[in-house]
Write a protein of this length. Structure first.
Length: 146
């Protein structure tokens, strides 16, 4: 798995796979949501740039931000040109805070609550809620478990 934008790769028998993140709703009556990770931001430069200058995300796509150390973090939209949801995930792999429908090009700052290990950005309207659990696909390997 390489940093930045992913292409879909083949994994035996011609089957296409991409790294993914599965959100398991706290309300068990809801189905899990699977997002293909199209942008991996695992370095300071990539985390700073994020989705700025990126094409619009599809409903089943996400950007995944991975932090070396857990701690509070803040995000902003900068020059992102489409609405997104910003989802903060703690070291326990639980969603701790969600900012839905963040406005394009907004200068508002979106802080986490408590320590964060990962952040996921999706197209606006994901329906992800505080308390949902997150699982990372094996293609993301140690990056999500460090």
């Amino acid at each position: 798995v390489r940093s930045a934008e992913f292409g879909v790769r083949s994994k035996g028998k011609g089957k296409a796979v991409a790294p993914s993140v599965t959100i398991i709703p706290a309300m068990r009556s809801e189905a899990p949501k699977i997002y293909n990770v199209t942008l991996l931001c695992d370095t300071p430069d990539l985390r700073t740039k994020g989705l700025q200058g990126f094409r619009q995300l599809e409903q089943d796509e996400a950007a995944l931000f991975v932090f070396e150390r857990t701690g509070p973090v803040s995000f902003w939209m900068g020059s992102v040109t489409f609405p997104i949801d910003i989802i903060f995930i703690g070291p326990d792999s639980k969603v701790g805070r969600v900012y839905p429908f963040c406005k394009p090009a907004s200068l508002d700052v979106y802080p986490s609550i408590g320590s964060v290990k990962w952040v996921i950005e999706t197209a606006a309207g994901s329906g992800i809620s505080v308390g949902d659990s997150v699982k990372f696909s094996s293609e993301l390997g140690a990056r999500s478990a460090e």
